[in-house]
Design a protein around this ligand. Structure first.
Ligand code: DX5
Ligand code: ZN
Length: 221
């Protein structure tokens, strides 16, 4: 199993002070920055785009930026995020007319690829493209909003994805996103997750280092 990666979702940060918030959470021990992109079309909410990603890089953020595209279509925006400093770019297969092409486009731009599965979406889309996927992201809430309740059925799906990954000859990260915090991190890691997104669980607490330490301790139990 890979080392645990903790990726705070900046959707839950104080967006008026975004650069400082990201500095703080990285200093507190976070590994990646989870960057939720919403278009008010694929999901019923609107967040931020490539200019904000570029602003974080210009601010001096060095940590990997994990871009989660909740937009449709996806291809037009991929080169913009690559140019803005994204390291990983993930998208929902339903949001791309040509999943293989979108994955290849992300790779051609020098980024790592991820496919994202909504709670009700089976993992079938992986079948013929898994060799082009660096990360599988399982949504444990319906996408569009932070602060929702974790859907327990995700645990079964994590086990299914873990078995798929373990049958591959190269490493693929398994990320879980939505409603994850100190109360359920042990269960998601036991089910196979090695990369954990947490928004409100981290940014909703005053002491980011304390909550990140708690997450790591509970994940290791
Ligand atoms: C939901 C987003 C998540 C969300 C996580 O559409 O993809 O990343 O912001 O936030 P919490 O941890 O608060 O559920
Ligand atoms: Zn996300």
């Amino acid at each position: 199993m890979n080392d645990l990666i903790i990726a705070p979702s900046i959707l839950a940060a104080d967006l008026a002070r975004l650069g400082d918030e990201v500095d703080q959470v990285i200093r507190a021990g976070a590994d990646w920055v989870h960057f939720d992109v919403m278009d008010n079309h694929y999901v019923p909410n609107l967040s931020f785009g490539p200019v904000v990603c570029q602003a974080l890089r210009r601010h001096g953020i060095k940590a990997p930026i994990d871009v989660h595209l909740m937009v449709s279509p996806v291809d037009r925006i991929i080169p913009d995020f690559a140019a803005a400093g994204a390291d990983l770019i993930s998208f929902h297969p339903e949001a791309s007319a040509h999943v293989d092409r979108s994955l290849q486009l992300i790779r051609d731009q020098g980024c790592q690829t991820g496919l994202v599965f909504n709670p009700a979406t089976p993992l079938d889309a992986l079948r013929y493209v898994i060799d082009k996927v660096d990360l599988i992201l399982l949504m444990s809430v319906n996408p569009g909003f932070g602060g929702q309740q974790f859907l327990p059925v995700t645990l079964e799906k994590l086990r299914e994805a873990r078995a798929l990954i373990d049958a591959q000859s190269r490493p693929i990260r398994l990320e879980v996103d939505g409603g994850v915090g100190p109360d359920n991190i042990e269960a998601v890691v036991a089910a196979g997750a090695d990369t954990v997104v947490a928004g409100s669980a981290i940014f909703g607490q005053p002491d980011y280092a304390a909550v990140i330490d708690t997450l790591r301790q509970r994940a290791a139990r």
